[in-house]
Design a protein around this ligand. Sequence first.
Ligand code: MN
Length: 261
Amino acid sequence: MSTLSSLVDALASGAVEVVDLTQPLSDRTPLLQLPEPFANTPGFALHELSRYDERGPAWYWNSFEGGEHVGTHFDAPVHWVTGKDSEDVSQVPPARLVGPAVVIDRSAEAAADSDFLLSVEDVRAFESEHGPLPTDGWLLVRTGWDTRAHDQDAFLNANETGPHTPGFSIDCARWLAEETPLIGIGVETVGTDAGAAHSFDPPFPCHSFMLGAGKYGLTQLANLAQLPPTGTFLVAAPLKIVGGSGSPVRVLAFVPRGDGA
Ligand code: MN
């Protein structure tokens, strides 16, 4: 049997389950908030064109507006100044929008410390237990932050010193970008960098190193708790926005269940 026939059978039997890693996209989706004097992104909004009425008696449709970096979204290399001569979101090769994914669970650590930073040692320990990071694959970090995604204040978790959300250490961001075979990282928070990363050196090291290395970011993921540490196949499908720095993205995970997988 061909590989794809086997996959079709596995999906039909439930041996492979499709898990949606995407948060709902609406006018209630939490947004990144940058301090003055920086520009902020508008949220997502629908504008009704017709709904089975005199404007269109048999059809319902909307226009929509919103920032590229709203909700579950894809960061393309050109998003950051370190990647300014690299791919925009429409130029990412389709083969790099699919690939294997591994999941590191640090939800307990992030619950105890909202400024938790994943370290190189954390990833090395994961590799010792589960094998090497996947070539042309994704590292997804579960922090439990998806349970806050319904509430802007809880999601950003900001006080007078700024936002406090988990992320990656500077060294880990550099190492993942420059010394691992990954093509991207995915997180549950509003951006790939920690809330406090504005004060890091360099600022926002995940953006700086990963996008500068021609790699990608996925943010505001959901349902990572349903994924095993290894064995997931990820599909990330951003809109093909010509010249876009990123896009809302539908992220789907193919996950083996039970015996047949
Ligand atoms: Mn972004």
